[in-house]
Design a protein around this ligand. Structure first.
Ligand code: BGC
Length: 267
């Protein structure tokens, strides 16, 4: 994947022990990026991601940490810089769901989702921007630093029974855009990817049974569920100079889920 020109860069990918984060870490590793593979509880899984990257000749390190804790975010950014010399790319991917009907949703589950998905993205981005400013500009990159938020189609699609998740993702949209506006003049690029239904552990109930999958596919005009690699390839492009003029953008990777599919034959 040399054509992306990403070798000699280093990245921190949060929530990289499974799902979309794992695929992004492995894709960046294939592109020559040295990767900090953050995990929360999946130490063995993170070690496996590191092993997969190293097996392809790449460099990676597993980093435990809770993105909702400022000291953990600081430690992870410092660890990537200490190990690989610098931090060039943050992929703020860590995210969880704790679903419940509105009146059954506990304050603890509201807070945990907002803390991880929104506050966690804020804290990691804050540490990354501080790091980008503190280190010399990268020798072979047009941007001084690059942040990619992994958002969701639910930054625009309301989602009954998931108000904590949808609120975290709606909040992330304006976090991303406001930050992009604030730091673009420093040549720090901030963008997002909004995946639709991607086959990962977070939405297993939506694809593991045939009837659920059939219902899910009704919502996807392109007629298939996404794979983590669909998102990972776009993340590598967004992290590279090939997307240098892309600033404050959200790339929807959703097989058309945001196209109001039920209007195909109505309205
Ligand atoms: C959620 C998944 C869901 C998808 C499409 C994602 O952000 O995490 O559970 O399948 O959006 O609704």
């Amino acid at each position: 994947m040399q054509w992306l020109g990403l070798d000699h860069r280093s990245a921190l990918v949060t929530g990289a022990s499974s799902g979309i984060g794992r695929a992004i870490a492995e894709e960046l590793g294939r592109c020559g990026v040295a990767v900090g593979v953050n995990y929360y509880s999946g130490r063995d899984e993170a070690d496996a991601v590191v092993g997969a990257i190293e097996a392809q000749g790449g460099r990676a390190v597993a980093l435990g940490g809770d993105v909702a804790k400022p000291e953990d975010c600081r430690a992870m950014v410092e660890a990537v810089a200490a190990r690989f010399g610098r931090l060039d790319i943050l992929v703020a991917n860590a995210g969880i769901q704790r679903d419940a009907a509105f009146t059954e949703l506990t304050l603890a589950d509201w807070r945990r989702v907002i803390d991880t998905n929104l506050t966690g993205a804020f804290l990691c981005a804050q540490e990354a921007v501080r790091r980008f400013r503190a280190q010399p500009p990268p020798p072979e990159s047009k941007a001084r630093g690059n942040i990619i938020f992994i958002n969701s189609v639910h930054q625009v699609i309301p989602w009954a029974g998931h108000v904590n998740y949808a609120a975290s993702k709606g909040g992330m949209k304006l976090l991303m855009e406001s930050l992009a506006q604030e730091v673009a003049h420093e040549k720090i690029r901030v963008n997002a990817i909004a995946p639709g239904a991607i086959k990962t552990p977070i939405n297993r109930p939506a694809w593991s049974e045939e009837s659920a999958l059939r219902e899910l596919l009704e919502l996807i005009p392109y007629g298939r569920i996404g794979e983590p690699e669909d998102v990972a390839r776009a993340a590598a492009w967004l992290a590279s100079d090939h997307s240098d003029y892309v600033v404050g953008a959200t790339l929807f990777i959703d097989g058309g889920m945001t196209l109001y599919p039920s209007f195909r034959e109505g309205g």
